[in-house]
Design a protein around this ligand. Sequence first.
Ligand code: ADP
Ligand code: MG
Length: 598
Amino acid sequence: MSEGKIALLPDHVANQIAAGEVVQRPASVVKELIENAIDAGATRVTLIIKDAGKTLLQVNDNGYGMNPFDARLCFERHATSKITNADDLFRLATKGFRGEALASIAAVAQVELRTKRAEDAVGQKVVIEGGKFIVQEECQSPTGTSLIIKNLFFNIPARRNFLKNDQVEQKHILEEVERIAIPHTNVHFVVNSNGNELLNLPAGNLMQRLKSLLGSYIQKELVPVEETTPYVKISGYVSLPEFTIKQRKEQFLFVNNRYIRSAFLNHAIYEGYKDLIGPQSHPRFFIFLELQPSEIDINIHPTKTEVKFTDDKTVYMLLSSAIKRALGKANASPSLNFENEMSFAAPSLSAMPKAPTIGYNPAYNPFSNPAPLENKSNKANWENLFDGFQNKQDSTENLQQELTAIKSETVDFTPIQLNQKYIVAIWQQNVLIVDQQRAHERVLYEHYLNSNLLHPVASQQKLFPDQIELSVNDFTLVKDLIPELKTLGFDLDIFGKNSIVVNGAPTDMEDFNIPEILEGILETFRLNTIDAKVEKHDNLSRAIAKNTCIRYGKSLDTTEMKALIQSLFACENPLYTANGKYVMMTVENSEIEKFFRK
Ligand code: ADP
Ligand code: MG
């Protein structure tokens, strides 16, 4: 008889194959390592990455640590301390349970583990490269575990080449961190990338965590959701209807503190908003469902972001009514009370202007761009719009009609200026009145707010740097704010005692007297710090916007007014200033009709 054809795969080959499923990109490693840290009871987790995790990816935790035996065993496939028999699968309280992650990661990278338990005097170091055990020895280590992953996919060039650029890979990493950080608010998370601290999320409650992730402004845009039934407990936050946005962003669902995606749960949430928001408006949501582990099956997808419930219908119904109730309680909708008060009513929900273009980029200073209405991104959007119609409609006649209708609604309005203070326009047959100063302040605020270390505001280097003498107070404040100010386009350096030198300022501040503006910004910043606990970056963005926006009394020509309105509508939240004041009001056509019927 000839020899059989079947042979068992060597372990390191099997691990490499398994790795294909678990480790798709640096972000998958981040997820597995941080989940392990949480499972180990850590209260502080630090993630350090270099080149978006391609060169280095390190997770340090202060959890239980491992003994010398486990430090070696944890890299074996199906090595897990978390389940011991199949029944445990239905009582799952930990994140991991397959015992595959470390084996898979070690198969495709150079891995160093350092770990120590509180009761041990010395720690253990284990090195594994491409699945091959290199060394295990004693080492100095704080209590907890540190996993250092170098040169991911070094032994699978095809996979390595398949990775996207650093910016994209880093975005995936930060997404994974968010998904774990939001439900685990008792854990302090720090993320450091190429030597810069990207995230620092101290332990706190859910609202504090959301504020440190998204900015303090988020608090007044959200309402709490709270519903407890014997089958499921629902909690979290959702957007007030007037703060819904034009993109689907920041929509998080967690089942038993695990991030999941679910089209039907999303649907339940939107159902809760029915009749309160338009078809292009999307709420932010951070919703937590808690059920008996036996009522759910999470293990139906390898990356575990899908879920099945034993009773889908009940979950759907309870969730949508929980949202409805939360919104009802907040009594969210400001309504246009035309009969009693003609002038200063809030814009009603149905009158909330729809953005004229899809995803138009806020041109932050409309006046530095002579023809913003014709700029490239806008054109591209018109083309997209056209594409959409082409797909939907094959009758060219209809298409033509719809397009003309839309274009005339969005671009062909001619605004007029009232008292050098307001911009008045006809908008979808309603009268729209925009406060010019507040509108520009909103546009600038979002522009600065959206900058971060990775995408700083463009800065113009000065030919003759300004040297500014400051009060001791201002000097101390500026010193503290230098990194944030750099992100916002101000290139400053300390210049001796109580002096700074400004080497560069945001590109669009050319016409401003920088020392004067800076003084104003510091003053506003200080006032805001006293009034409201606003986070630094957010606060500075407000202060800059307030000090550099156009004022009442400035005449605007038609192009400028159009540009301002366009930029405003492209804002996440065009209705209010950062401090919650109305930016615009509308008088609806139906209200006009009703008035003249009398
Ligand atoms: P799983 O998490 O599915 O059990 P892993 O491969 O991720 O599988 O981890 C294997 C085992 O290694 C875990 O069950 C745990 O006992 C141990 N382990 C991994 N990471 C840590 C850590 N950060 N702290 C303590 N123990 C850990
Ligand atoms: Mg794990």
